[in-house]
Design a protein around this ligand. Structure first.
Ligand SMILES: CC(C)(COP(=O)(O)OP(=O)(O)OC[C@H]1O[C@@H](n2cnc3c(N)ncnc32)[C@H](O)[C@@H]1OP(=O)(O)O)[C@@H](O)C(=O)NCCC(=O)NCCS
Length: 194
């Protein structure tokens, strides 16, 4: 997991001509769900993530309406060419995060024909700016190889203390017994961006 806590980038990024950024509304939920299918398919085609589309549509409707999630859209010629999203949650305050206001960055996606023109960076900067204004003191994310440089330049750094346990949804049990934990950790190290 990469995290931005300090030295976050705040300079305005320059958007290519004709591109603008707006915040998504509930009315964008269906488009966001379709675009998320494309994004997930690009990361891993099988099993086809289209099965998740109705659940994603419902998620974006609920989460945008409640403010639990904010999504930014880069638009050119009336079409959405890139997205970034921030989900907010609260943890017990700590010395590293005194407000306890935490967030997770996801759905960072630029359509292939618009890549390498600074659109992703502009959305990222806008998202960080919003998080800071909202009093959030930490942004977590899972990166791909394609996103790594962009995140590092914006101030994100890898942490080496995070662990996770994947719960087996079918049986409600951890997938491994405690004695297998070391193997399990190795297998689950490759976490996907969400
Ligand atoms: C990762 C991703 C969102 C980046 O979007 P993007 O719009 O291409 O982002 P940017 O253009 O701001 O930056 C991408 C690269 O282009 C470079 N770049 C930016 N403007 C440029 C320009 N005008 N000319 C040439 N290169 C440029 C950046 O320096 C960056 O280089 P790097 O990959 O070596 O770090 C996009 O590649 C994508 O959607 N990938 C698939 C999904 C994914 O991996 N998402 C991240 C999940 S965590």
């Amino acid at each position: 997991m990469a995290v931005a806590r300090t030295k976050i980038q705040t300079a305005r990024a320059i958007l290519p001509e004709g591109v603008s950024i707006r915040m998504a509304t509930v009315g964008d939920a269906a488009m966001l769900a379709r675009q998320r299918t494309t994004f997930l398919r690009e990361l891993r085609p099988r099993p086809d993530p289209v099965a998740l589309e109705p659940a994603n549509r419902s998620y974006f409707r609920r989460a945008i309406a409640s403010g639990q999630c904010r999504v930014w859209l880069a638009v050119a010629d009336g079409a959405v060419i890139a997205t970034s999203a921030l989900a907010f949650y609260e943890r017990a305050p700590s010395r590293r995060n005194p407000s306890g206001r935490d967030s997770y960055l996801f759905c960072m996606y630029t359509v292939p024909t618009w890549r390498h023109r600074g659109v992703g960076r502009a959305l990222l900067i806008e998202t960080i700016r919003h998080a800071r204004a909202a009093g959030v003191t930490r942004i977590g994310l899972h990166t791909t190889a394609a996103g790594r440089g962009m995140y590092e330049r914006a101030g994100f750094a890898f942490t080496d203390t995070e662990m996770e346990l994947r719960i087996d949804r079918a049986r409600g049990q951890p997938r491994t017994r405690p004695s297998q934990a070391r193997d399990h950790d190795v297998r689950s190290r490759r976490t996907e961006p969400r």
